[in-house]
Design a protein around this ligand. Structure first.
Ligand code: HEM
Length: 490
């Protein structure tokens, strides 16, 4: 039996003397649930997972945002079992009890990550097989060499924008932009559309006042692209999705393209940033970096084990009340998989070596990430180009002073400031200094309205109260101006 502080003393996990009827995590109520939305959790999630495991065993009661309760699975084996068990657990969140009875509203900060959308991520059974088939078959046609080349070109452009400054904030100016430029290319849009897509998506991720207009812009952009590819198909993901035997209708195509972008942007940014943090701060990598060999693949593996970009997700909804690991899970109450905690447990139990990829960072079962291969290519090329161009780069603040974004789902740095010897001239495009700081890209942040596009990051509302520092907003304005000028050939 798993017990909770609210219900008396806590027995050791699995203690036979305390065997008895399973306790429903949802019954534990507010007093027992571990909050996963504040700065305390963000500062030391592994400490929290260890305490959860010691107190509750394999499944802990958690609070995802104030008043939103769920069960979090922290055991590797149990995570695998649940992710593969489509008979007891549904992915479709339309049975989510708290959303059905109005306890959790659409404006809740965790709603964008958990509410239903007509896409593969939230589908079960045949509907899922059909939508996912179109996605996997289309992604499989992406040529990894062409992808590498494109990532390299995008990386060079972005590095040009800050190389002469001797400093940069790598989340805003690099890691968050590369995935968007790559999607622009993968979808077969015109290169000149890249800056506009970056601007639109940044407004969406900010969830500020401009988010609703940006959502319309995105839908308009995708429908224009569909019309263009209908007239003239080409070798790109949009055309492959359209030609797939699943015969997706236009609104289905649109939803899967939005899913690809939403699912690919934030985790990709965090994979790049978390690996850069490790490479720039861990002595084990320092010698190898200056020696010219780049252990980027090792750093990626280590991040995927220790700081997986999707830390807690894989939301499932029990189709009926069931007892799992001595815990009663109620029909319609969300169960999340802690990929981070499960990895940690597995790593402790095994002699983990470089190259061991048995972690759950890409999830498992029917909804396992279909983009592992391209996602790794994007991250490794982006990191290698940066370290190759600016080999003497170092963190501008000690690693332990870097802060993490709050929120239960992602392991995401709030900022990654670096410095390096300034490069006198950029290789391509306009010099960063020549781009005016006062541009039309006036960003807002910190709004709490519901983000109409499914994002893999929690919008900055109750769970992420901090506003972006001024320097990040300035960096973003500068970057967008630079990109626009670059694509216009100025
Ligand atoms: C090119 C970049 C990426 C794309 C296009 C992408 C796309 C997707 C899609 C479409 C799904 C839903 C699959 C389904 O429901 O059948 C998914 C799931 C997932 N992706 Fe990715 N992804 C990308 C990068 C990443 C990265 C960098 C990570 C983290 C290392 C990641 C981790 C996951 C996980 C954990 C899931 C399962 C979601 C869940 O827990 O329910 N993805 N991805």
């Amino acid at each position: 039996m798993t017990n909770h502080p609210a219900a008396g003393p806590v027995p050791p996990p699995g203690c036979p003397a305390h065997a008895g009827p399973a306790t429903a995590v949802s019954d534990a109520g507010p007093r027992a649930a571990v909050p996963m939305y504040g700065p305390e959790f963000a500062a030391d999630p592994h400490g929290a997972y260890t305490r959860m495991r010691a107190t509750f065993g394999a499944i802990a009661p958690v609070e995802l945002s104030p008043g939103v309760y769920a069960s979090l699975v922290t055991s590797y084996q149990l995570s695998l079992e649940i992710l593969r068990d489509t008979e007891r657990f549904a992915k479709d969140p339309r049975g989510w009890r708290a959303m059905r009875d109005g306890t959790v509203g659409l404006d809740n900060p965790v709603a964008p990550m958990m509410m239903y959308r007509p896409n593969a991520l939230f589908a079960d059974g045949e509907a899922h097989v059909r939508l996912r088939g179109a996605i996997t078959d289309s992604l499989d046609r992406v040529d990894p060499h062409a992808l590498s080349e494109y990532v390299e070109r995008s990386a060079e452009t972005l590095i040009d924008a800050f190389a002469s400054r001797g400093e940069a904030e790598l989340i805003t100016e690099y890691a968050s932009v590369i995935p968007l430029l790559v999607f622009n290319q993968l979808f077969g849009a015109r290169p000149a559309d890249g800056p506009k897509l970056v601007e639109t998506m940044m407004k969406l991720f900010d969830s500020g006042e401009e988010a609703a207009a940006a959502n319309d812009e995105l839908l308009h952009w995708i429908s224009g692209l569909l019309a263009e590819k209908r007239r003239q198909p080409a070798a790109d993901v949009t055309s492959w999705l359209m030609a797939h035997p699943s015969q997706l209708a236009d609104d289905e195509l649109m939803q899967q393209m939005i899913l690809l972008m939403a699912a690919g942007t934030d985790p990709e940014q965090n994979l790049i940033a978390n690996a850069l943090r490790l490479l720039l701060s861990d002595d084990r990598f320092a010698g190898e970096l200056s020696g010219g060999s780049m252990p980027v693949e090792d750093a990626l593996d280590e991040v995927l084990w220790n700081d997986p970009p999707m830390a807690n997700y894989g939301t499932r909804f029990p189709r009926y009340d069931c007892d799992v690991a001595g815990v009663r899970l109620r029909k319609g109450d969300p169960v999340l998989i802690s990929y981070a905690a499960a990895n940690h447990e597995a790593a402790l139990a095994s002699d983990r070596r470089s190259g061991n990829r048995a972690h759950l960072a890409w999830s498992a079962g029917a909804h396992r990430c279909p983009a592992e291969r391209p996602a790794r290519v994007i991250a490794s090329v982006a990191i290698e180009r940066l370290l190759d161009r600016l080999p003497d780069m170092e963190l501008a603040v000690p690693a332990e002073r870097l802060t993490w974004r709050t929120g239960p789902f992602s392991r995401a740095l709030a900022a990654l400031p670096v410095r390096f010897p300034a490069q006198a001239t950029s290789r391509t495009g306009p010099s960063a200094a020549s781009v005016s700081e006062s541009t039309r890209f006036d960003e807002t942040s910190g709004g709490s309205q519901w983000n109409p596009v499914p994002s893999f990051s929690t919008p900055p509302a109750a769970t992420s109260p901090e506003r972006q520092p001024e320097s990040q907003q300035a960096a973003r304005r500068r970057l967008l101006s630079f990109l626009t000028a670059w694509w216009r050939g100025q």
